[in-house]
Design a protein around this ligand. Structure first.
Ligand code: FAD
Length: 128
């Protein structure tokens, strides 16, 4: 809840901070103060203290176009995901987390797997 997930790689100059929920609120208010984010970062990664850093922020919470939701089927909607995955007329193909259904969690890896499934369908259609 203080800053979120903080990651960095040896030899690289950047630090990635992924802040959700309470951590997002903390990061947002720290960002509003000059040097605030750098001070929070120095608590997580003490060797960054005093370093001059450029901060690039993507604030999904302030983006009216970012809905920020996961696709989970509601009660009585298990029909929807396979229906949305169904190609139209053998020429339009669908991928994405909403087409995953119960085959796995509707997250990045299953969204990518659905892309492979759709690509296989395209190949099948081209071979027909
Ligand atoms: C806050 C949050 C945190 C998450 N954290 C994780 C995580 O830690 N790990 C993980 O595995 N998954 C995570 N997810 C889920 C993951 O981001 C999604 O499952 C994944 O991005 C879905 O991929 P997708 O290709 O189906 O859809 P998207 O990534 O949403 O891609 C759909 C694209 O279509 C575009 N689009 C929409 N309408 C149109 C249109 N009419 N014309 C043209 N383009 C259009 C959109 O702009 C978007 O770029 C998270 C999701 C959220 C919201």
């Amino acid at each position: 809840g203080r800053l979120g997930f903080v990651s960095t790689t040896a030899g690289r100059p950047e630090v990635l901070v992924m802040a959700k929920g309470r951590a997002a609120a903390a990061a947002r208010s720290a960002w509003a103060e000059p040097g605030g984010l750098a001070a929070l970062l120095a608590r997580a990664l003490p060797w960054t203290k005093g370093l001059k850093a450029e901060v690039v922020v993507s604030d999904w919470g302030a983006d009216p176009w970012a809905g920020g939701a996961y696709t989970y089927p509601g009660v009585g909607t298990l029909w929807a995901s396979p229906a949305w995955a169904e190609p139209l007329g053998g020429t339009v193909f669908f991928a994405g987390e909403a087409t995953v259904g119960l085959s796995g969690p509707p997250m990045a890896h299953m969204a990518m797997a659905s892309g492979e499934r759709a690509a296989t369908e395209v190949i099948g259609a081209l071979e027909r």
